[in-house]
Write a protein of this length. Structure first.
Length: 557
């Protein structure tokens, strides 16, 4: 037998030599053949395959030869929208798709699959499958008329907003601004698939609202313009009901009738001592839960006039932008416009210093804090670029300087493996996920308690006993004390085999569920999370517990 095998090998080598083909390294060939990135390109909404799309493969980090943005490899999708790459090296790659007449579905408002995806190829997992989504642009149109005369309103600005939900609340992202034609019609093109609202604002808006110089007559005057309105739905953001624009879809919002109303004015006084000339004060305003709108700057200690304000609730924010974090002063004021002009005082004040400590729970091994950082972000406000995460010293002490007296969310990163954040205490009391600063407190202290007995939860997400690709799993401490305790979510993304893992969970009672990757953004919508938690699976985790579960995916349709 040995002789026959040896002879067989010799004959094979002889045949290769005769053919002029040199012997190959089978191990290198096996590595080359095993590495594979494949997938499909589909159209958003319809989920139909997109043939003839160009797919780009990028290496991360890019080799010097293509560091200027060139593709590592390209491919063209077949009739089933399919593509395949066989990289010669393991590593991390980005895959992107485009086609003439289509637009990207990636953006800050997209959390599901987009036209770019990442794939990591390793010896342990040499094959990856990705799905890329592109879309044809959509259109929103409508017609605006005067409510009294029924005549079309020409040259009126119509803002098109894409709606999303963040922490269970509706938010707006500007998509486009269009003007009405002579017949009152407007058309907004090149929209990505999503939910949209149209908003009509008074002509006095933006920078035109702020008057730095004004007379006594200006203080007493009223403006008249068309009433702000969201379309379709109502006069305020919460009552507005967005329309859905699909790939290559066209939505006509019909006729919007606007009525003329009086618009009011607000004189704002900045008290002396709030700032020092020649400093400039930045002024921002928001209405009805919208994002802050910058109005510009005004000289220090000068009164200014805001005009063109329709009845509603407003929030005014101010700050000294040129100052450092330690000396910055800010002002915040909420007011309501009803049926008259107003006089208000907006004081610029400093914040408070918070003395913080990261401590180890009783009975736990001393915590290494060298990689930990603490960061607080104002709820409803804007952090400044120099307000960065704070690293504690070797004893776990840190100081949050000049912190605004308002509600904040606390984030702790770099918690070492084998530990978890057990509790966040503000002035000795459990703060939960929201830090509510007490304006009457003489001192402000923050204690972050970390323990070394975390639990681990692993599992697999299935549907009808088949693994779900890249599921999105949420684990929530239960019961929930308040709506604020829901956010941010404790979540994990599963792999292609539906497997997921939570590490660093605090012992206690939890409810957990899983949804598909394409449905996870719906969790932000009002009441969706509450509804899912009511029927979610229960589990109790003990200190240092390790549990493995099988979880059926939840259908959100």
């Amino acid at each position: 037998m040995r002789l026959r095998r040896t002879a067989g090998v010799a004959q094979a080598l002889f045949a290769v030599t005769l053919l002029g083909v040199p012997p190959q390294d089978n191990r290198a060939k096996e590595t080359e053949l095993r590495a594979e990135i494949k997938g499909t390109v589909i159209e958003a909404g319809t989920l139909q395959p997109v043939s003839g799309a160009t797919v780009f493969l990028f290496r991360i980090p890019a080799p010097a030869a293509i560091a200027n943005g060139g593709a590592f490899e390209t491919s063209v999708t077949g009739t089933r929208g399919d593509f395949r790459f066989t990289p010669k090296e393991f590593g991390i790659y980005n895959v992107g798709a485009k086609k003439d007449g289509y637009i990207s579905t990636d953006g800050p408002w997209i959390t599901g699959p987009g036209s770019v995806a990442s794939a990591s190829i390793t010896k342990e997992r040499p094959t990856r499958e990705v799905q890329l989504v592109v879309a044809r642009p959509g259109v929103v149109s409508g017609h605006v008329v005067d409510d009294e005369t029924r005549e079309p309103i020409a040259d009126l600005s119509v803002l098109i907003w894409q709606t999303l939900y963040l922490d269970g609340r509706k938010r707006l992202i500007p998509a486009s601004e269009v003007k009405t034609a002579a017949d009152g019609a407007f058309v907004s093109k090149a929209l990505r698939p999503g939910e949209y609202l149209a908003r009509v604002s008074p002509r006095i808006s933006g920078l035109d609202r702020l008057l730095k110089q004004f007379s006594k007559e200006d203080l007493e005057a009223l403006d008249t313009d068309y009433e702000p309105a969201y379309w379709p739905g109502g006069r305020d953001l919460m009552s507005a009901f967005p329309v859905s624009v699909i790939s290559n879809g066209s939505v006509n919002l019909g006729q919007l009738r606007l009525r003329r109303i009086p618009l009011y004015r607000v004189r704002v006084t900045l008290p002396e001592g709030s700032c020092e000339p020649p400093e400039e004060v930045m002024i921002m305003i928001s209405n009805d839960g919208e994002a802050l709108d910058g109005l510009g700057t005004i000289p220090c200690a000068k009164d200014f006039l805001l005009r063109g304000l329709a009845p509603g609730t407003y929030r005014l924010e101010s700050a000294l932008p040129e100052r450092s974090q330690e000396t910055r002063r800010r002002g915040s004021l909420t007011f309501q416009v009803v049926n008259k002009n107003l006089d208000l005082v907006l004081s610029l004040v400093g914040g408070v210093d918070i003395a913080g400590t990261i401590i180890t729970a009783e009975g736990a091994v001393k915590l290494p804090v060298q990689d930990m950082k603490v960061y607080i972000r104002p709820i409803g406000g804007l952090p400044w670029a120099d307000e960065r995460p704070i690293a504690p010293d070797a004893e776990g002490r840190f100081r949050l300087v000049n912190t605004q007296l308002r509600d904040h969310r606390v984030s702790i990163t770099g918690v070492p493996s084998g530990y978890y954040v057990k509790e966040v205490r503000y002035n000795g009391a459990d703060a939960g996920k929201v830090l509510r600063l007490n304006t009457d407190a003489q001192i402000h202290s923050l204690e972050i308690v970390v323990d070394d007995k975390p639990a681990t939860l692993t599992g697999k997400v299935t549907i009808h006993d088949k693994a779900v690709n890249a599921p999105y799993v949420v684990a929530m401490r239960w019961p929930v004390n308040s709506s604020d305790s829901l956010w941010p979510l404790t979540r994990a993304s599963g792999d292609a085999d539906g497997r997921f893992q939570f590490t660093g969970l605090g012992p206690g009672d939890y409810r957990f569920f899983a949804v598909s990757a394409t449905a996870k953004e719906k969790l932000e919508e009002p009441d969706v999370l509450h509804r899912l938690l009511r029927t979610a699976q229960d589990i109790t985790l003990a200190p240092r517990d390790f549990r493995n579960v099988t979880l059926e995916v939840t259908d959100l349709r």
